[in-house]
Design a protein around this ligand. Structure first.
Ligand code: 13P
Ligand code: SF4
Length: 307
């Protein structure tokens, strides 16, 4: 049995080859998992990748809605979530009946669902977006109809600011990690690093994104830091992005916007979980019923068409 990180990585690489697995990892995963993944990306990139995976077995290192999205796009594949307890509190904040009630009162509404939603909520939504695709997708929707944006009111506010002439109704939800950043702590970090550029995820509140030099998805933030001639950055998204950037760009400095930007759910996946899932002694296979597979896919397909 392996007992070190490196031995576990070697065992995972061997097992995945033998058992025909492809490993997808969200960028918020730890460096030791990112290193052994076949593909690493933000939600949008992972959704796109899911469509073209050759292997029959896909292991998702991330949270449940991401594994569900892979299953929706590749129903013929065996999709395994490496850490079954890894959920997203924002995705699970409310149930489909609330959206159905809203629709009943607003029959002309277009329901736009952030991909961070359960498959069940996607069934009652018209189109999905990710943080990377939200602006382009919403820009292509009919201009004369109300949009109900679920479940992240902060990403929704960011989109609404870009389309001031549209009626965009925001829902009450949000990411407890990103939305938990206070303006006070953000200003304290900025004051400690006056020469640094502030890069912020749109799940942060409008009061925090208003302080940013750049607002974008996790890979948008990584790309900005990679291409920028600047040397210091404050990273307003999950702490893992600070680690990944520090490894990749040792000549630049990266500071977390606050030490509280840690998603416990994303941190649940360990290398022993990954190995156990591939070997069939851990993980959870994602199983969705026929109706969910059919209905939830519609809004993801719509995003792929418009993004
Ligand atoms: P991205 O859309 O940037 O991948 O973000 C996903 C997420 O869970 C952010 O908290
Ligand atoms: Fe969900 Fe927030 Fe964690 Fe992303 S960071 S997975 S939105 S709880």
């Amino acid at each position: 049995m392996p007992t070190t990180v490196r031995e576990y990585q070697d065992a995972v690489l061997k097992a995945k080859k033998e058992r025909g697995f492809s490993i997808l990892a969200h960028v918020y995963q730890s460096p030791e998992i990112v290193e052994i993944a076949d593909f690493v990306g933000d939600s949008f990139a992972l959704s796109k990748k899911a469509m073209g995976i050759a292997e029959k077995n896909v292991l998702m290192c991330g949270v449940r809605f991401m594994a569900e999205t892979v299953k929706l796009l590749s129903p013929e594949k065996r999709v395994i979530l490496a850490a079954p307890d890894a959920g997203c509190p924002m995705a699970e904040q409310f149930v489909r009946e609330e959206i159905e009630d809203y629709r009943a009162d607003h029959p002309d509404v277009i329901v736009v669902a952030y991909v961070n939603t359960t498959a069940d909520l996607k069934c009652v939504s018209d189109v999905c977006v990710t943080s990377a695709s939200a602006l382009s997708v919403v820009g292509k929707l009919p201009k004369d109809r109300e949009i109900l944006f679920i479940p992240d009111c902060n990403l929704g506010a960011y989109v609404a600011a870009a389309y001031p002439d549209r009626k965009i109704t925001l829902w009450r939800g949000g990411c407890p990690i990103h939305a938990g950043v206070s303006v006070t702590e953000a200003k304290e970090t900025i004051a400690r690093h006056p020469g640094a550029k502030l890069l912020v995820h749109p799940e942060c509140t409008p009061a925090v994104t208003a302080l940013a030099d750049y607002i974008g998805s996790t890979t948008g933030i990584i790309d900005y830091a990679a291409k920028s001639p600047d040397k210091e950055f404050i990273i307003g998204t999950e702490l893992s992005v600070v680690w990944h950037l520090s490894y990749r760009f040792p000549d630049k400095k990266f500071y977390p916007l606050t030490k509280n930007l840690v998603c416990r759910n994303m941190r649940l996946t360990s290398l022993p979980d990954v190995l156990a899932a591939i070997n069939g002694t851990g993980g959870e296979e994602i199983v969705l019923d026929e109706a969910t597979l059919r209905d939830a896919k519609v809004c993801i397909d719509k995003m792929m068409e418009l993004a």
